[in-house]
Ligand binder design. Structure first.
Ligand SMILES: [Zn+2]
Length: 142
């Protein structure tokens, strides 16, 4: 299981559709915001339970609700399609924090910095990485 850490920027969904989206900003500074899909009703309940002030009048989601700007640990389902679960950082168990930090360390240790000989940009490659060209200038590496 891969655990991610991110800040919630926005939630978007409605009670008519089963799927909603969460706009998240990655906490490791890996490149801005990304949108993930989640099960609408379940996620709204979880957000309400974790942060409160989420469900507004007429079963609408309060877009300025308590979740905005909150940092969470989360994981995706085995297919990597839908949010599986999340935990507010302040509620995370020592085991979860430990797991996350260990995973980050493994990644850091197994990654190798490569300087592209063509354009000079630096990027990281890691075990299992299938990229074979510079992301900046597309010069082959290897
Ligand atoms: Zn390059």
């Amino acid at each position: 299981m891969e655990v991610y850490k991110a800040t919630i920027l926005a939630f978007s969904g409605n009670w008519m559709s089963g799927i909603a989206t969460l706009l998240l900003e990655d906490s490791e500074g890996s490149g801005g915001a990304s949108e993930i899909f989640c099960e609408n009703a379940q996620t709204v309940r979880c957000l309400e339970g974790a942060f409160g002030n989420v469900i507004g009048e007429g079963h609408t989601v309060n877009n300025d609700g308590g979740f905005v700007g909150k940092e969470i640990y989360y994981s995706m389902d085995p297919m990597d399609l839908l949010l599986e679960c999340f935990t507010p950082v302040e509620d995370a168990s020592p085991e979860l924090i430990d797991y996350y930090n260990k995973e980050r360390n493994v990644f850091a240790k197994s990654s190798i910095e490569i300087i592209c000989i063509e354009c000079g940009c630096a990027f990281y490659t890691f075990k299992g990485d299938t990229r074979n060209m510079c992301e900046n200038c597309l010069h082959p590496i290897g």
